[in-house]
Design a protein around this ligand. Structure first.
Ligand code: SAM
Ligand code: SF4
Length: 284
């Protein structure tokens, strides 16, 4: 039986219940992915970002209001000094049922085990290419081998939920869609394909020219691995499919081509403490 909704739980004026918080723990990153950041970035001064103590207080307040899932994100969360101490404290909040992290994977070989021990329950790892040179071009600084070691470390650490995230850009990595699905199948983990969104200030390509729709990718995968809708929803922009011969799920995150606002169950808090009520809108 689901827990009764307390009068203090977060419900918006469209009657959507907010039970999921995406908490950014830094705006900094060791990569400069072409769709996310410019090469030469100016980050927030340290005086403007929330301390680990404040991040914990914000998270705990949301859990007190009925939030049962928190995703730590960034920037790259694993570049935040002493992030582990925050994960350890959050891991002890009884009413927090899911504590997830989205990472570029570059430091997971070092942190996967301690993160699991601290109470992290799921990891999303970004992986846009399995070609080392191309991976470097897309991330500008990333080392594919290190990320692959990170993915293996997450699997070895025993996380029950590991998902790869791939942003597909026309003419850059759209020829790797099936290879990425095959990689996820071989590792026994999930994969989601993300439509590029107009987020972040970029200077390297035109978003209009690079756009690849989820429908295109789904049709392509379906020709090799017939996909059936899984019916699972995370209350967000993802739709999941299953393949008959694999435990891996294939997701599509389609902010452009499918409207999901009516299902939304989440809010965002930025590292300078702004509360955003939408994933695709910077109003706060
Ligand atoms: N640094 C971590 C990472 O890369 O996984 C966490 C933060 S990153 C902003 C979270 C996710 O957003 C990644 O999967 C990344 O590929 C995706 N992303 C970043 N910029 C995007 C954009 N313009 N359009 C779509 N997805 C984007
Ligand atoms: Fe860094 Fe993640 Fe943005 Fe890539 S997508 S630049 S890894 S924050």
């Amino acid at each position: 039986m689901s827990k009764p909704i307390s009068p203090s739980s977060l419900t918006d004026r469209f009657d959507r219940r907010v039970d999921y918080l995406r908490l950014s723990v830094t705006d900094r990153c060791d990569f400069r992915c072409v769709y996310c950041m410019a090469e030469d970035m100016t980050f927030l001064p340290r005086s403007q970002i929330l301390s680990l103590e404040q991040l914990y207080d914000v998270a705990a307040a949301f859990v007190g209001l009925g939030v049962s899932k928190i995703r730590l994100t960034g920037g790259e969360p694993l570049v935040r000094n002493n992030l582990m101490s925050l994960v350890e404290r959050l891991g002890q909040l009884d009413d927090l049922k899911q504590l997830h992290l989205t990472t570029n994977g570059a430091q997971l070989d070092k942190y996967a085990k301690p993160l699991k021990a601290a109470g992290l329950t799921g990891i999303n790892i970004s992986l846009d290419s399995l070609n080392a040179e191309r991976f470097r071009q897309l991330t500008r600084t990333g080392d594919l081998q290190k990320v692959l070691r990170g993915i293996d470390a997450a699997i070895d650490a025993g996380f029950s939920r590991i998902k790869l995230n791939a942003v597909i850009l026309k003419g850059r990595n759209d020829d790797e869609v099936l290879t990425l699905v095959e990689f996820a199948r071989a590792k026994g983990i999930d994969i989601s394909f993300i439509e590029e969104m107009p987020l972040g200030i970029i200077d390297e390509h035109s978003r209009a020219l690079s756009f690849c729709s989820s429908d295109e990718l789904r049709d392509l995968i379906d020709t090799r691995y017939p996909l059936s809708p899984s019916g699972e929803s995370t209350g967000g922009p993802s739709t999941y499919y299953r393949m008959v011969d694999s435990s891996s799920r294939v997701g599509f995150i389609s902010p452009h081509s499918h409207n999901f606002c009516h299902l939304c169950n989440r809010v965002r808090v930025t590292v300078e403490g702004r509360l955003l009520l939408c994933l695709g809108n910077e109003h706060s």
